[in-house]
Design a protein around this ligand. Sequence first.
Ligand SMILES: [Zn+2]
Length: 492
Amino acid sequence: MISKFESIFNRKPELFLFNTMSQKKERFNPIEDNKARMYCCGLTVYNYAHIGNLRKYIFDDTLRRTLEFFEYNVTHQMNVTDIGHLESDADEGEDKLEKEAKKRGEDVLALARFYEKAFFDDLQKLNILMPHLITRATEHIDCMIDLIKRIEKNGYSYFSDGNLYFDVTKMKDYGKLARLDLSSLKAGARIEVDERKRSPYDFVLWFTNSKFKNHILNWESPWGEGFPGWHIECAAMSIKYLGEQFEIHTGGIDHIPVHHTNEIAEAEAATGKDWVKYWMHSEFLVLDKEEKMSKSLGNFITLNDIITKRINPLAYRFMCLNAHYRKKMIFSYKALESAQNGYWGLKEKVINEKEKCEAKEIEQKILENNYDINDFEIARFCKSHIEQFVTAISDDLNTPVAMSVIFNLLKDNSIPSRTKYATLLIFDRVLGLGFASFTRGQITEEQKKLIEEREVARKEKNFQKADQIRETLLSQGIVLQDTLDGTHYFLE
Ligand SMILES: [Zn+2]
């Protein structure tokens, strides 16, 4: 897509991404050819995803769409954790899935598949493109065992009281991602003293003797019957599908000190090579008072919770796009409702432009990426908007600025509608709000009459009645927008 814009920029625009490893924005430069291989840590499927989790998958999706927009050859992989994730991210506590399954008296894998399906449904409702590769931990035990064997052969492990541990002191740069100070034996408040470990930072590669004796899912291994530690699944499955070195690995910021730190130790101990080039982490969604949303704190809100409150999932996507992924996003229903109003305002404006032009023809060309920068006079009228949009997203995915470019474009009355609509569709390839699917929809004669009645009430300054009618229609799924040329409606 970007090569179409070269005449605008007089060069191929470059993409800059913030790398947690260097703590700097760096120019994206693939390891191999034009490849952008990205591994994104997925969900532990013992419950519904909460909207804080989903913020991270909206970030992954925006990153993928941006890389595709910049014409990289993207392979997007995500894991599904259906085994081995203990209650702490380290080695403490019971397996999250097994604990939940036992509590409910259900089969572990049936529970995992149920929540996996619910998670994928959420992704679809948020217009998130499904990863090219979705890999489940339980289906890759052999590949984890193979990687552990390589770690063992290279001398990075020891066996203690039934479990195989990773020996972090053998790794000269252990903890480089989180800049951990190993000399301080405190090892972070979350790591408990475990007498089986030589260093408090050591972690389990393979359990045969977990503290929870009645573990349900176990596999044969060279170290005895048992199950893998959590981190190895991401190291092993990403290496299997993306190679021993690849471009991008993403996760939430909570993954930095333990999970990603240990993944790096495992991968680099096994291969002897630098593993991932760019580490990207998305910030938390926090509740008022800066409290993190989490299942263990019991304060989590799911996508279905907000749908029940008549919030469109895409209004949540809109809200996320209006915050930078590296900034905390403060959540409240009030903020979400105001995001939904913003989303509705955008929808009305997009539909309005769409109705004034030959939308089908434009959609066909842009959505199939089968257009030229001079088609629909895009270059002539929207050169500066495209420049601003590309500059924003190339600056470490600055979506809030990209969104403001969209609103400025919509406001610009010097641009013909068809040019505007074509340019909006180009931008939507990155934002994923689904502009092409925006329509007013059909309403009944009765509903039309109500809208007219409300117009009259407004003219008579009977705002109470006008608001009542608005609420009635909203409860029927019809959104009203008061514009300069009268009241418009569309279906939610
Ligand atoms: Zn992971």
